[in-house]
Design a protein around this ligand. Structure first.
Ligand code: FMN
Length: 328
């Protein structure tokens, strides 16, 4: 039976950040937030043997696997892999503007070929128990053009998909880096409002520039749901309030020494399979904005260099003990 999933609060796919380890931490802090993997290219997912550090899904549901690609057969195979790994959703990336991605004919440049995107989404529908979705921009180039956006959405919805994540700014394919493409093209939330009015049966999730939990609360009341990226990149611990604020749960999660123990117990068996930095970096932002946190952070970094894992666990435990009131 297919689970009913609410996407009121989604954590955006972020390469290098939404690793299985980070997702495990997110899931400790929030049982309800909808999570995403990092983007993985279809060819890598199908042909590489070392994909575990991106795609492993250890009961992190509800969760989507995001893929980048534009070849139907590959996309179909990826949808099958995602289904077998118990993902709730497979998402097609039509928003990444990087040069490498354009060279591989996927990401934001696909917004220029709406028929191809519709066919891609068609080919991904392998089983009704896994949702097929898209994450796109509102347009390409420097100028806003609502009609272009509406025609694109109109076409891709013919594939039967029901959920669209919209990063509400254009992608500029020449001359701007991915980072600049997340900051320079102006946001335009009105396009998302207008498209929802045009297609009221479709779920549209607003993404882009939601940089505080307060703003997320306001936007989640106006739109079907919201997706946040850099807010979580900077401070994943704000997820501890998400179940209460967005899913009507009674209490927020409280960060305690048990949080640290649970996280370390999860990564201990993975030591040696990935870098200590990738394994531990999700925890580092616990120091974010906390007085004297810097001292702990320096201590952590020097022990990471020496791979001193037990000492690292002790540092985090004493930080949480000492700063419990400030963290929570
Ligand atoms: C470090 C980093 C990596 C990202 N990687 C991806 C990715 O793999 N796939 C994707 O669709 N978007 C990616 N994005 C874009 C985010 O998903 C999101 O659309 C963007 O950051 C805007 O949301 P925000 O303003 O809440 O950060 C990335 C963003 C960042 C900061």
């Amino acid at each position: 039976m297919k689970d009913i999933i609410e996407r009121k609060f989604c954590v955006a796919p972020m390469m290098g950040y939404t690793t299985p380890y980070a997702r495990n931490l997110y899931r400790i802090l929030s049982k309800k937030a909808f999570l995403f993997s990092e983007m993985i290219a279809t060819k890598t997912l199908i042909h590489s043997k070392n994909t575990q550090s991106i795609i492993a899904n250890e009961n992190q549901n509800p969760i989507a696997l995001q893929v980048g690609g534009s070849e139907y057969l590959d996309l179909k195979k990826c949808a099958r892999i995602a289904y077998e790994l118990n993902y709730n959703e497979i998402n097609l990336n039509v928003g990444c503007p990087s040069k490498a991605v354009q060279k591989g004919s996927f990401g934001a440049c696909l917004m220029q070929d709406k028929i191809l995107v519709r066919n891609c989404l068609n080919s991904m529908q392998i089983n009704k128990n896994i949702d097929v979705t898209i994450k796109c921009r509102i347009g390409i180039g420097k100028n806003f053009n609502y009609d272009y956006f509406e025609e694109f959405i109109d076409e891709v919805l013919k594939s039967g998909i029901k959920i669209v994540y919209v990063h509400a700014r254009n992608a500029i394919l020449n001359g701007f880096s991915p980072k600049e493409n997340r900051n320079i093209p102006p946001l335009n939330y009105d396009f998302v409002k207008k498209i929802k009015n045009k297609f009221p049966q479709t779920t549209f999730i607003l993404n882009g520039g939601i940089d505080s939990i307060e703003k997320a609360i306001v936007m989640s009341k106006i739109y079907d749901g919201i997706m946040v990226g850099r807010l979580i990149q900077n401070n994943p611990f704000c997820l501890k309030n998400v179940d209460r604020l967005f899913y009507n749960k009674q209490n927020s999660y409280t960060v305690t020494e048990d949080t640290i123990i649970e996280y370390f117990d999860y990564i201990k068996p993975k030591l040696g399979t990935d870098s200590i930095y990738r394994l531990l970096s999700p925890l580092l932002n616990i120091f974010f904005g906390i007085a004297n946190g810097k001292k702990f952070k320096i201590d952590v970094h020097s022990n990471m260099k020496n791979n001193n894992f037990d000492k690292l666990e002790k540092i985090f435990l004493s930080f949480v003990r000492e700063k419990s009131l400030l963290i929570n």
